[in-house]
Design a protein. Sequence first.
Length: 349
Amino acid sequence: MKKTILFSLLAGILFCQAQENPPNIILMIGDGMGLTQISSGMYANNNQTILEQFPFIGLSKTHATNKLVTDSAASGTAMATGVKTYNGVVGIDSENVSQKSILEICKEKGYTAGLIATSSIVHATPASFYANVNSRRQYEDIALQLSEHNIDLFVGGGSKYFNQRKDGRNLIKEMSTYQFVNSLKEFKKSSAQKIGFLTHESEPPSLMLGRKPALNQITKLSLEKMNAAGKPFFMMVESSQIDWGGHANELKYVVSEFIEFDEAIKEVLEFAKADGNTLVIVTADHETGGLSLLDGNLKKGKVEGKFGTTSHSAAMVPVFSFGPKAELFSGIYENTALFDKMLEIVEEK
């Protein structure tokens, strides 16, 4: 009887300790991914998407400070820092005050942090989590700020902004605490505490033009590395080129990028289910292209659509969530609330 009581007490203590551990947070952003982009990719992918397994769904309002139609800099800043700002501005609010991102707050609380993008790593969305600049086009300034940051792992293009700079500096050599890898094989083998993987000199090509590594592969390996650190982690994963397909008004481009993103989401969701203490949020910064889905063939996996613009639209975008406190992300709210909700979870005692 005494052994049973002691076992029950020990189990209760271990359960409480598990409950007190802060959850990992994985924010996945499909740039330009509105509901129609999701629908198109789903119907073209045997009428299925891993997003169907997410129990909570919300809607995010994406407008910027002074524009109904946002850009990735303003929307990225809103999600990363919780403030609205002007289009083109990264990490600085409408009163010209630099803001701290959720990634930076997590780092202060002992988390490890990672960023993955299928664009350059200095592009507007990933930059919103570590940089403060008045123009998203200040790529060399953004790269410098990344070099001075303490992000544990980052993957994306844009090596030229680090080692082919106008000021003559080679930031890759200056970032002596990092191990820089040049291939997926090297990335997989690396056991360094800080890893940089600059996949392309400039912007990576589309998946249709042979972009490698695949987003799901790099995401899976990054999860393994972040988890192996033995601390809670924050990771942002961006499928950047759903947006570029929308700007180009190329539905095949959009669909192929979404399907790859769907595979990456699957890797993350499987990890979260096995881990039991990982919050996954999947959303978009805005919709791109004003896409309408007009026809198709489910059996053949074909979709037909029409774009209304080569720019962004002001449509709300969906938010899918799974894991601890996922219910907080249901409902309709401003995109700044994504930061507020993540912050609430991070600061919960």
